[in-house]
Design a protein around this ligand. Structure first.
Ligand code: HEC
Ligand code: HEC
Length: 451
């Protein structure tokens, strides 16, 4: 009896002790948390986390739909909006139907379409040959990277472009060219040259380049889908010495966190280039400064127009650079779909990449570019210097390789000179005298496809 009672007492005492300890621990934690929230360090942590989300959301908005006031160029100056709406709505020509817009490589954001419109498209009740439908899509903000500005009468007053027109595409989940946005994926279907060629007023461009209308149209139509010449209005170079069009493929804007220099020729960092493009290419109303372009032998047009040192009042670009930069760095490279490569061959290919192929000496994993100064002389990779010489440093930047599968269209290297990865590997094999066997080359290609 006594023994049982003692046992029971011991159990009760043990339970009480546990309860006491639990209360002490919980109280202690609570005290630590509440006290922690009051210390400057913890408050800074909370603030930084909030900033993180705010920058991301603001940057995404800017990337997707901010025109930086560039409608003053695309609309008011080149009159692109008049070609879009066509004569029926007070513009010029036949207008741009949704079918034509999709053929030019423009994309439609399915998420911006109200359910009623989606149902009507599915039922075949939307006329995709009518420019009026394009105007409706613009009103819905559904054309990726193209922003319409409307008069109260419903006709277009102007049109502007955002970064997304070139650096986003859609997943085609609704129909070809219509789907969910894929920010950072280069739009290799987009025919920028054909779009500019369609603008009614070319005078500012022919004046700038000092060429006639025919020559300008020849230059613009030489680019083709996925290409753009982002240095043409600085150096006036429209063609390579071999007669091929100058300019480059539109690169991805994903997978750039940790990468030092941006663009094929390493003009500067991501934020450098964002200011360059927003002001000197999109013709946004903002400030830009790069005295390296104030060089009459290399960049005669930059000197002539003063585009190396631009000031605008108000400046619609500079205040957006931080968020825009932040958003792009958050864009992770996409993972290749399963079954798009052979995993066993890719594993063997990795050994070639890191060993016999010497690829990782420049494309260092996991960044796949050099940590540090990621630039090379053209001769180091057996490539001509034409495009490198159009940049301040005369070199090529080691391209980060993640997500290669997402931009196979248009080819590889800055001007798409290699139609596929097999051709890239063949090039390196002879350039570096690697002596890779056919099976090793095939494995290396599978590894590149797996990145
Ligand atoms: C008309 C199409 C077009 C538009 C609009 C455009 N870009 Fe680009 N972008 C390009 C091309 C072409 C290049 C490559 C230029 C080069 O290497 O000379 C490029 C390069 C880049 C790069 C470098 C990628 C890398 O691999 O280093 C980034 C980042 C970028 N653009 C971001 C932007 C942002 C942000 C905007 C909006 C402010 C923008 N772009 C607007 C066509 C465009
Ligand atoms: C000396 C440094 C260096 C070495 C070594 C090197 N690369 Fe490159 N790689 C570059 C540079 C620079 C570019 C950009 C060339 C251009 O765009 O014209 C590039 C571009 C590429 C591209 C094209 C990416 C794109 O998006 O267009 C691929 C793919 C590639 N390299 C794979 C390889 C493989 C595979 C190897 C090994 C066999 C290798 N590289 C070795 C520097 C190097």
């Amino acid at each position: 009896m006594i023994r049982k009672a003692l046992d029971r007492l011991a159990i009760l005492a043990g339970a009480a002790l546990l309860l006491y300890l639990a209360v002490v621990i919980v109280n202690g934690t609570l005290a630590a948390v509440s006290q922690g929230g009051k210390t400057p360090g913890a408050a800074a942590d909370v603030r930084n986390l909030k900033t993180n989300r705010a920058l991301f959301l603001r940057g995404r908005r800017i990337f997707r739909s901010d025109t930086f006031g560039d409608q003053a160029w695309w609309g008011e100056t080149l009159q692109l909006h008049k070609a879009i709406e066509g004569s029926k709505f007070g513009g010029v020509g036949p207008g741009v139907s949704p079918k034509t817009a999709l053929a030019l490589g423009l994309k439609v954001d399915a998420a911006a379409l109200p359910k009623k419109v989606v149902a009507a498209i599915k039922a075949g009740k939307v006329n995709l040959d009518d420019p009026a439908t394009t105007l409706t899509l613009l009103k819905l903000n559904a054309v990726v990277g193209v922003k319409g500005f409307f008069k109260s009468s419903g006709s277009l007053r102007s049109v502007g472009l955002s970064c997304a027109v070139c650096h986003s595409t859609v997943d085609d989940s609704f129909a070809k060219g219509i789907g969910k946005r894929l920010d950072g994926w280069p739009n290799r279907d987009l025919n920028v040259g054909a779009i500019v060629a369609a603008a009614p007023n070319h005078k500012p461009l022919t004046d700038l380049l000092g060429v006639d209308e025919n020559t300008l149209v020849k230059v613009l139509t030489s680019w083709g889908p996925g290409f753009y010449n982002a240095e043409l209005n600085q150096d006036g170079k429209a063609f390579q010495p071999n007669g091929k069009p100058a300019g480059t493929l539109i690169p991805p804007a994903f997978g750039l966190a940790g990468v030092n220099l941006a663009t094929f020729t390493g003009f500067g960092s991501v934020t450098y280039w964002n200011a360059y493009v927003a002001v000197t290419q999109m013709h946004g109303l903002g400030n830009f400064y790069d005295p390296r372009l104030n060089d009459p032998s290399k960049f005669p047009l930059a000197v002539k127009t003063g585009s190396w040192n631009v000031r605008h009042q108000p400046d619609l670009v500079t205040s957006k650079l931080a968020a825009l930069h932040y958003y792009q760095l958050s864009l992770a490279a996409p993972k290749p779909p399963k079954r798009s490569f052979d995993p066993a061959a890719a594993a063997r290919g990795k050994a070639i990449f890191d060993g016999k192929g010497r690829c990782s000496s420049c494309h260092m994993p996991p960044l796949f570019t050099e940590p540090g100064f990621n630039m090379h002389k053209p001769s180091e990779i057996c490539v001509d210097a034409f495009q490198a010489d159009r940049s301040p440093d005369g070199m090529y930047r080691t391209t980060p390789l993640k997500g290669l599968f997402a931009h196979a269209k248009g080819g590889y290297f800055h001007d798409g000179r290699f139609p596929n990865l097999e051709a890239v590997v063949d090039h390196y094999n002879s350039c570096f005298g690697l002596g890779l066997l056919p099976s090793e080359k095939a494995d290396l290609v599978q590894y590149l496809k797996s990145l």
